[in-house]
Design a protein around this ligand. Sequence first.
Ligand code: ADE
Length: 249
Amino acid sequence: MAVIGIIGGSGLDNPDIIKNAKDSIITNKWGEPSSPVKSGTISGTEVHIIGRHGREHTIPPTYVNNRANIQALKDLGCDYILATTAVGSLKEEIDRGHLVIIDQFIDFTRRRDLTFHETFEPHTPAHTPMAEPFDNFLRDKMSESCRDLGITTHDKGTVVTIEGPRFSTRAESHMFRAWGADIINMSTAPEAILANEAGIPYAAVAMSTDYDCWKTDEEPVTWDDILKNFQENAQKVTSMLIKTIEKIG
Ligand code: ADE
């Protein structure tokens, strides 16, 4: 039976969804994960959930300890990692509330710890392939779950991850569109990189909450917009993850 790690997790902390839930405070070589790990079962499958920005959303994107998060899930024996993320849309057709099953990233972060390999073993450099950083088996299960539930979903999309915590300038937003990015956030690239280095299949579902600032017939994005749209649509992400876990489990 598969063991599943979840990062993001808004809504999944609900004790009605996760059975026999127990919180553990964990430390590993890389420090403390962003939140206590909530462990239990969903539809009979063992799950371990980490809140990326902490339970009270106190950790800005730059300071999320991605290495401790991924290491904790590895040490707990997770076979797969499913992540959730709020994103801005860089494409007209990705409307607020739509989900995107991410298949590529562009890493535009500048100040993150992006590797477990701080030194190489003699004559064994570790250069992890990253051509397809999101696991296709998990992505297919996520897409199927969205279809089963009738949720408007884009089966692929390139995310550009920026350093934040500020939002982009309009020039940057136009540049990311010109680069071919479909959505924008502040979290996915480092997490995907480290999950790949750790050898754990990883997939992320993005929920579009805003149109960033390239779209001049809209007001530029604010945090209040993101929060409002996220709360209105969080149930979609939760039910889709539960269905995905059932399919994998
Ligand atoms: N997360 C949600 N919307 C975003 C945006 N427009 N830019 C960066 N991160 C985001």
